[in-house]
Design a protein around this ligand. Structure first.
Ligand SMILES: Nc1ncnc2c1ncn2[C@@H]1O[C@H](COP(=O)(O)OP(=O)(O)O)[C@@H](O)[C@H]1O
Ligand SMILES: [Mg+2]
Length: 250
């Protein structure tokens, strides 16, 4: 059974149909990539899944219920988390406190935050530290967030998403803007998360996508023009014309 399924999902901005009747299924536990040229509608698709945008038409069935039009905070509570959307990070707080706060915000109401302390929520603190461990930042947990590098900031954003114990993790170009070294680290992290989370990955580095995806959907001008395993996508003539530009098989 798919964890999430969109049916005819559409978003129009005036005359521009950014996402056009997208029907797409993501199986539980899969790493499903969405590729396509700039402007294809990939990020808009994520914005629909997280409730940042309301669809013009279509359905989003998550875990058996239609969540189209549900506001972002409710969707977050249902277990859809997104990383790499410029998460607000509090620069003077420690890395651990940033993650803990994000976990708290999802777990409970904000009421009482002023007088309750992290040690009153041992399970949240534990989850925050576990998430930092998962992204390789455990040894920096006590440092102020402002002291970390750009690559580490992206790792922190990923930890914040993981601390929410998401059922569906949406990653929008996790390696964008990173140095080659940082990119390698981030790709390694995503690889480690594969199988433990259901992941939808938007990524431009085609080698990365081909090597770690279970399935790939290709978007072009708002529509899904192909869907299949990496091998199937590599062979697809229309995909090659539209996007891959004759990339050689691995
Ligand atoms: N909020 C918006 N208002 C108007 N047009 C938008 C908005 N968001 C995205 N678009 C347009 O929708 C199209 C798809 O954008 P986007 O989803 O960001 O593509 P991708 O992530 O695949 O590069 C682009 O033409 C973009 O300019
Ligand atoms: Mg985008």
């Amino acid at each position: 059974m798919p964890l999430v399924r969109t049916e005819g999902l559409t978003k129009a901005f005036g005359a521009l149909t950014a996402v056009n009747a997208v029907t797409l299924e993501v199986q539980e536990g899969a790493l499903h990539s969405v590729i396509g040229p700039n402007g294809a509608g990939k990020t808009t698709f994520f914005n629909l899944l997280t409730g940042q945008l309301a669809p013009t038409a279509g359905r989003i069935v998550f875990d058996g219920r239609d969540i189209a039009g549900t506001p972002p905070h409710k969707i977050a509570h249902l277990g859809i988390a997104r990383s790499f959307q410029r998460t607000s990070i509090f620069p003077t707080l420690s890395i651990a406190d940033n993650v803990w706060l994000a976990a708290f915000a999802r777990h409970d109401s904000w009421r009482g935050l002023a007088w309750r302390r992290a040690d009153r929520y041992p399970e949240l603190l534990e989850r925050a530290l576990a998430a930092l461990g998962e992204v390789g930042l455990a040894d920096k947990a006590g440092q102020p967030a402002r002291e970390i590098s750009h690559g580490e900031q992206r790792q922190l954003e990923l930890a914040i998403a993981l601390a929410a114990a998401p059922r569906l993790l949406l990653l929008d170009e996790p390696a964008a803007g990173l140095s080659p070294d940082e990119t390698q680290k981030m790709v390694g992290l995503v690889r480690k998360l594969k199988g433990r989370y259901t992941i939808v990955l938007i990524e431009h580095k085609i080698g990365v996508v081909m090597s770690m995806s279970d399935r790939i959907s290709v978007m072009h001008f708002g529509s899904v023009i192909a869907e299949g395993t990496p091998a199937e996508i590599q062979r697809d003539a229309e995909v090659r014309r539209a996007y891959l530009g004759g990339i050689a098989p691995p």
